[in-house]
Write a protein that binds this ligand. Structure first.
Ligand code: DGY
Length: 428
């Protein structure tokens, strides 16, 4: 099975290659997505190092002048996806969406550099300033008041579109009266029961329309938009990425930049407390306007270990939650606590297991000394792919593969992590 899945995974990455960048899967997602691409680079790196670097370099070709790396790069128009470039009307050299996505790039670049080799050293060094500009953009525009916690201006910016994390804030979003009769394309490719609901899509588009009407001025969007929510996912992922960027800064002798990054980390440690919800004893999303907490414990909260964040007490309470959650499902880690009223095991980010989340969570748990939990998550991930193949996500109760098939980042996670034995293989 190992050899068969290895071969299939490589074939998927090659088939989804569009000439130096990779689409997440054909038809459903026909463009270059930010965090998909970065994780895909880890997969390519196991059999084609040059191609791995190319993936990330092409993503950064779409970086905006202000440092932002958009969540989608529309290199060519494709009628299979909505909303496409004519809806967003954003971007510079390459047409793009108008906000970002979880900033995993510095962590993956750091892993590729540390995997060794002169070529990796050279290409990592040449990406450093771009990564730094990207992180500066996140700290400036997604934490405009310097609270030390990262917000998202659209659920798509979190990468976890219909997570219960956004429910309270999304209820407050007044749907734009002039949306018209748009046609969703996602439900032409995937069962509607496995995708976000129509009411969520109306709000997703309302937020896009607002950003577009502001000419994608990020200050205005964060200040006046209808949605600005502290996201445990992006907060913890950026903290980890800041630590990895710091490793790169130290490696490349960038002392002034290293001090700047250390200051971000100090602020983030304080800001982490702002997303601790005492009512449920867990990290939760929090509306940055009203201060209202979500009561949902999503898998993003488990990224606290990946970030190396949180107090001893907070971390112990999160471990208790993880044991309880893992005991409730056949395959962990579900994207939403199964005890939550909104849990739906097949609907996108309301329950399904996602390989890239498992990869980051398991790594963080292992680093925190929670080796048994980390191994449980990795073994479950491996079994899901062995039995079902390379789906976008998986039902945590039945194990059934859901969403798109032949999915690039699932293939990449197999090659770089779930299909490998031992720590050494995981380093790259
Ligand atoms: C989609 O279209 O479903 C994407 O998740 C948006 O990034």
């Amino acid at each position: 099975m190992q050899a068969v899945r290895d071969r299939e995974a490589i074939e998927i990455l090659k088939a989804n290659d569009r000439g130096g960048y990779t689409v997440p899967t054909s038809r459903l997602y026909p463009y270059q997505w930010n965090w998909d691409s970065v994780f895909v680079a880890l997969g390519f790196h196991t059999f084609d190092k040059d191609r791995a670097w190319r993936e990330i370099e092409m993503l950064f070709e779409g970086q905006w002048d202000d440092g932002m790396v958009p969540h989608i790069l529309f290199r060519r128009d494709d009628p299979d996806y909505f909303p496409g470039p004519s809806v967003w009307r954003a971007g510079g050299a390459i047409q793009s969406s108008g906000h970002s996505q979880p900033p995993v790039a510095a962590s993956v670049v750091c892993a590729l550099v540390e995997a060794g080799g002169e070529e990796g050293e050279r290409r990592g060094r040449s990406l450093f300033d771009k990564l730094l500009a990207y992180h500066r953009w996140f700290h400036r525009h997604r934490d405009p008041h310097g609270k030390g916690v990262i917000g998202v201006v659209h659920p798509w910016e979190s990468g976890r579109d219909n997570s219960a994390d956004w429910d309270n804030a999304m209820r407050q979003v007044r749907i734009a009266p002039d949306l018209g009769n748009y046609q969703r394309r996602d439900t032409a490719h995937v069962d509607a029961d496995q995708r976000p609901k129509q009411a969520e899509y109306d709000r997703f588009l309302t937020l896009v329309t607002f950003g577009r009407d502001q000419g994608w001025n990020q200050d205005t969007i964060a200040r006046e938009g209808q949605f600005f929510v502290a996201d445990p996912g992006n907060h913890f992922i950026l903290m980890r990425a800041d630590r990895d960027l710091l490793r790169l800064a130290e490696r490349f002798g960038k002392t002034v930049e290293a001090d700047e990054i250390r200051a971000w980390l100090t602020a983030s440690e304080v800001g982490t407390n702002l997303i601790w919800n005492d009512d449920v004893s867990a990290f939760c999303a929090r509306d940055l306007r009203s201060g209202q907490f979500s009561d949902a414990i999503s898998s993003a909260a488990a990224l606290v270990f990946y970030a190396g964040a949180g107090s001893e007490e907070q971390r112990a309470l999160m471990i208790d939650h993880l044991h309880r959650i893992m005991d409730n499902v056949a395959f962990g880690l579900p994207s939403l606590d199964p005890d939550h009223a909104r849990f739906e095991p097949k609907r996108y980010w309301l329950g399904p297991v996602w390989m890239v989340m498992n990869f980051m969570i398991a790594r963080g748990l292992a680093e925190a000394g929670q080796v048994a939990l980390a191994e449980q998550i990795k073994a479950g991930s491996r079994q899901l792919i062995e039995e079902q193949g390379f789906y976008e996500y998986f039902d945590p109760v039945t194990g059934e593969g859901c969403g798109g098939g032949d999915f690039s980042w699932t293939a990449a996670m197999w090659l770089a992590w779930a299909g490998r034995h031992g720590e050494a293989a995981e380093a790259a």
